[in-house]
Design a protein around this ligand. Sequence first.
Ligand code: ZN
Length: 262
Amino acid sequence: MRITFLGTSHGITEKNAFCSSALATVGTAQYLVDVGAPVDTLLANLDIPLRDLRGVFITHPHQDHYVGLAQLTYTVEDFGRFEDVRVPVLAPEGIDFNALNVFLWGDPRGHDRYRTEDPPERRIRFRVYPDAPPDGSVIFDDGTLRVTAFPVRHIPHSHAFLLEAEGKRVVFTGDLLRDLSDYPTVITSPDAPPLDLVVTEAAHVRLDDPETPKILAKSKTPTLVVSHRAPGRNPLSAVENLARQIAPIRVIAAYDGMVLEV
Ligand SMILES: [Zn+2]
């Protein structure tokens, strides 16, 4: 599995950093975790055709994690060259996709288009997954990638995702509470199998809080990527300090375009 970080910023875009989005690649199959970035352009930059997109997963209903869906939806639905695209978008409760379609196409066309479940011409297929129970629930499995959602407490309907493919296990924490009291136990539990990669947020937590490294050090992973980073709260020096504190876990500050082979 290859992870490409398309957007690594926090709530707003920063210089050369879009809001949250990551691409998981398994063979030729492509999957997106959060869509805060203009992903149709970024995938084109990577020469990845949109027809290779097999699924989109949104961690929680905050705009910087889904605003790029507006452009993706418009691009895919409106242009003939994307007729062969069929993408399920797995989203939590709290996002009004009908309003998105009214915004894009006006009323009543938007309502007409999306009132019935999956009209045949629909290419972007919105699905709401229910809030996950504490031990997680599988929200997607196409035989290539399995995604399990775990609840976190950032805002209502917030989730971390476990991605499993090719025998590899990767967790995206999504957004968390400032004190990391909801840092997912699938990462730290002695009973859980070890992970190959954890991608955690740094928009809300303070990496220089003395409690933070104690929690992150429990992560059962060789590599911890710090993404969704607010540079004012967590400058690069704070990431470097964290790396010294939780060695031998390798800590990497994500940047837009960064690629990791897992
Ligand atoms: Zn958030």
